[in-house]
Design a protein around this ligand. Structure first.
Ligand code: PLP
Length: 388
């Protein structure tokens, strides 16, 4: 009866079964996996955020497939604030970047078409592609202690097939935290031109720089490029995933861009998903950006420096360099223990929860991912236990 796209693994894995059991018995777990900023004790400007949702204008429904022009203009202003010129006409509002992907896959893919995604990356993308009947084909990001994580373009090109429709670039990538360089973007563009592929550039973490260096390209917005869709939104930028506000910026040559806009309008008009109250509140929500980002970046940087310092003398566990985003990566390859065993033992014996690298499709065993949003006192205790 049901669609094959949901023929997936439904069983809880060993790690979550153990976690559930322990919390059921009232054990206190030091959880280093949460990436929900609204539950991690950040100070939000509650009054300022909430009061702008009460607006009489929200009682009138005036749908526009691209989203309200006043809200799109505010997004364009964000880009001018970071030195990029963007027209409100090139923006489509969406409730989240996840849904932006869904719109774009509907725009670009027929069933069984392929999308190139970086590996390692966040597990969500596999689902997003599958739900729109596409297939993910991974291209590797390779870690080098000098340059960090870089795309392997030779392998990427080999993975392009007649079914490939788009290349996804996550900038900075989750969980590796790696930004692309301008030369990488040129290489992506050359491939896009050579094989007639769209580029989808997900920049949800781009404001959260850690050790980025000057070569990192913080945004591809405003670049002269082939057909490119740039994604961002309030989920990470303002740490407000529940407000459901994001966007797609379209750029590229006029002919393809116009056609993409026309077709995207049909998709967006079919759903009209973005709620009116949030669109009226956009201007005032953007005003909270500086403060919340200062707070989040402060914690992220503190945690990252703490991790680097505390694992410096541990010969078996290394903290990989992290350019940006909300995660750090531990490399424990030297221990020669399977990831499952490592993370299960940590939870079982020390009540510390971290994610194994295979959740994010690392190529080899020996990695774990931890959230830098974790409250610093929890991080401190957990590091001591991992190191001990
Ligand atoms: C790189 C990346 N893009 C997009 C998303 C989803 O964001 P949204 O809440 O806007 O759907 C996530 C979720 O963590 C993510 O890691």
């Amino acid at each position: 009866m049901f669609s094959k796209r949901l023929n997936i693994e439904y069983e809880a894995n060993e790690l979550s079964l153990l976690y559930n059991l322990k919390t059921k018995h009232g054990e206190r777990i030091l959880d280093l996996t949460s990436s929900n900023p609204t539950k991690l004790n950040f100070k939000y400007d509650a009054k300022h955020i909430l009061k702008h949702f009460i607006d009489d204008r929200s009682l009138v429904y005036e749908p526009d497939p691209k989203g309200m022009i006043s809200a799109r203009e505010e997004v364009a202003k964000y880009y001018s604030g970071v030195g990029k010129t963007v027209s409100a006409d090139d923006l489509f509002l969406v409730p989240s970047t996840s849904e932006a992907y869904s719109y774009l896959f509907k725009l670009l893919l027929d069933a069984e078409d392929e999308v190139l995604m970086p590996q390692p990356s966040y597990p969500l993308f596999e689902y997003l592609t599958r739900l729109d009947l596409g297939n993910v084909v991974y291209y590797p990001l390779v870690y080098d202690y000098r340059d960090g994580w870089v795309p392997d373009f030779a392998l990427l090109e080999k993975k392009i097939s007649p079914k490939t429709k788009a290349i996804v670039i996550i900038n900075p990538n989750n969980p590796t935290g790696s930004y692309i360089r301008e030369s990488d973007y040129e290489a992506f563009n050359n491939l896009s031109e050579k094989y007639n592929l769209a580029l989808i550039v997900d920049e949800v973490f781009s404001d959260y720089e850690i050790e980025a260096g000057d070569k990192a390209l913080k945004t591809v917005a405003g670049f002269n490029s082939n057909l490119t869709f740039v994604l961002n939104g309030f989920s990470k930028m303002l740490a407000l995933p529940q407000m459901k506000f994001g966007w797609i910026l379209i750029q590229g040559g006029k002919k393809l861009k116009d056609e993409a806009v026309q077709r995207l309008e049909v998709i967006a008009d079919t759903y009209l998903s973005v709620a009116t109250p949030v669109q009226f509140a956009v201007k005032r929500l953007f005003e909270t950006r500086e403060k919340i980002q200062e707070e989040i970046s402060g914690r992220i940087n503190k945690n990252y420096n703490l991790l680097k310092k505390e694992f410096l003398l541990n010969p078996d566990i290394k903290v990989l360099n992290c350019e940006g985003g909300w995660n750090a990566i531990l490399n424990f390859e030297n221990l020669l223990v399977p990831e499952d065993e490592f993370v299960l033992k940590l939870l079982d014996k020390k009540n510390v929860l971290i994610h194994p690298g295979y959740y994010y499709d690392f190529f080899t065993e020996g990695f774990a991912v931890i959230s830098l949003l974790t409250e610093t006192d929890v991080m401190e205790k957990a590091i001591e236990l991992i190191n001990g």
